[in-house]
Design a protein around this ligand. Structure first.
Ligand code: PAF
Length: 303
């Protein structure tokens, strides 16, 4: 695996990688890699001849009071994992290589960027859209892969690609990969390392309560009380506060439509999305409102 950190070295490396008409997959990351990222890499290998991973802790997607300085940086360890996973090229630019002096442009996807996580994290999705478009233009991949754990991010990136007629990758070549979970259901995240042992144990309730909520909704319970039950379970487990717990249209992120009696209308794909704080960590999770998601993880496998 080759590692490059300047635009000139990236251009040279890409020319070699693409020679002979080889196709390219890009997995954009901020490093601190875990099994979720390695799953993206494995999927990428199934979609293209060559795999490029980017590691860039993007300052533009962190708010003033967020964890930019503390965000885990472990390039040597990440490189070993990517090399072992068979990645061809690691693009690890400096901040100056992405945002040179005089850089001013921002990409916005209005509407989608101010709801859900965007309500608490002003400007976050502008930062994400901007850096992802830059990474797409720098690498020009045939396909790009993102985790479904960041469902709103994936939706915004797909919308940006569609609205701007992107060709590398085309909107249809932006692939969402299902969330990788710990044995007790907690979604894998670089931020899980902020949890103490006790918080980590309690954090599993987030996903378990979501599965119960989905089960109740599919059994015909009204959405409002099912969401109230979910919120109560999360707070009782020791979460400090909930930013949102909502049912949304899976494609548009518009509020899910219910019948007059509060039951969910089931003709559109619906997603349950939650963000909640425990200790130093803000955890997010989302799941399709589908029967398969209503199954609880086996208690015996919990840590
Ligand atoms: O999901 C992430 O790790 C980041 O938001 C991304 C897509 C790499 C952009 O910085």
């Amino acid at each position: 695996m080759q590692t490059v950190s300047t635009r000139a070295d990236l251009a040279n490396a890409l020319t070699l990688l693409k020679s002979g008409g080889k196709t390219l997959a890009l997995v954009p990351t901020m490093g601190a890699l875990h099994e979720g990222h390695l799953t993206l890499v494995r999927q990428a290998r199934a979609h293209a001849d060559r795999v490029v991973v980017s590691i860039f802790v993007n300052p533009r997607q962190f708010g003033a009071n967020e964890d930019l300085a503390a965000y885990p940086r472990q390039l040597a360890q990440d490189s070993d994992l990517l090399r072992a996973a068979g990645v061809d090229l690691l693009w690890a630019p400096t901040v100056g290589a992405v945002y040179p002096d005089g850089y001013v442009t921002t990409v916005s996807v209005p509407g989608l960027d101010t709801m859900l996580c965007g309500m608490q994290r002003t400007g976050h999705f502008d930062g994400v859209a901007t850096v992802v478009l830059k990474l797409f233009n720098q690498v020009r991949p045939d396909v790009a892969l993102f985790g479904e754990k960041d469902w709103q991010q994936l939706t915004i990136i797909r919308r940006m690609a569609r609205d701007l007629d992107l060709a590398f990758p085309a909107a249809g070549a932006i692939i969402g990969v299902p969330t990788v979970r710990e044995a007790d259901g907690l979604a894998m995240s670089s931020r899980n390392r902020y949890l103490s042992a006790d918080e980590r144990r309690r954090a599993a309730v987030l996903n378990q309560a979501m599965r119960r909520c989905i089960g109740a909704i599919l059994a015909g319970d009204a959405a409002g009380p099912a969401l109230d039950m979910l919120r109560r379970s999360i707070l009782t487990a020791g979460f400090d506060r909930i930013d949102y717990a909502e049912l949304r249209d899976a494609d548009t992120l518009a509020a899910a439509v219910t019948h007059a009696d509060g039951r969910l209308q089931s003709d559109r794909a619906t997603r349950l999305l939650v963000a909640a704080h425990i200790g130093r960590a803000r955890l997010i999770d989302n799941m399709a409102v589908e029967p398969a998601m209503a199954t609880l993880p086996e208690p015996a496998t919990a840590p």
